[in-house]
Design a protein around this ligand. Sequence first.
Ligand code: SAM
Length: 212
Amino acid sequence: MTNGDRDETLRVRDIFDKFAPKYDRSMQRWERILFVGGREWLGAQASGDVLEVGVGTGRNLPHFSPTVRLTAIDISPQMLAVARRRAAAIDRDVDLRLGDAQALEFADESFDTVIFGLCLCSIPEDRRAVVEASRVLRAGGRIALLEHVRSPLMIIRAGQRLLDPLAVRFGGDHLVREPAQVLRAASFEIEELQRSRWGIVERAVARKNAPA
Ligand SMILES: C[S@@+](CC[C@H](N)C(=O)[O-])C[C@H]1O[C@@H](n2cnc3c(N)ncnc32)[C@H](O)[C@@H]1O
């Protein structure tokens, strides 16, 4: 990782540390507008040993089956503190850890499912995070993601391009990313791809194939 990548990672961590007390309230609004049913869908994709990357305040935690063995990481101690309170409140057994998606601390082939919920947009090096996810997944394991992405509609995309520099600067949030392309570039096989809300919202499931 370059010094620039490290600086950007710390900058994003600080943004989310500050945002943590307000995150849940702000997110409730976006869930009504853009992500209706998305968290339920995401939770339903998880099976076996599950890693949630960028768990944030733990808004996906209630949606995982009690049968999955759940580990979750986030770069922001303050977001993680809220997730710990949520996990305790709902009595969800989860191994919550501070960690960087771009350099996971886990051994190769440790998980059956890796979940990204609205966080590939925030991780400075999203490609590296997907390569790391691939490393810690077992062959045949899956990534499931819910993200806001670049719209295929020209007028919406133009608006996203206009707002993107501000969103990145003040929210650490990239508006014009294409996670499905990143998954394909990392040799994942896309099994399911859904777009909604003017093409801004993406749900995807992708499988790590066994080496040939
Ligand atoms: C928009 S929030 C999404 C939180 C949660 N997944 C959700 O669905 O509400 C993005 C999260 O990604 C985390 N994040 C950003 N960069 C990260 C990194 N390099 N490693 C781990 N987490 C990171 C942020 O701290 C933040 O909690």
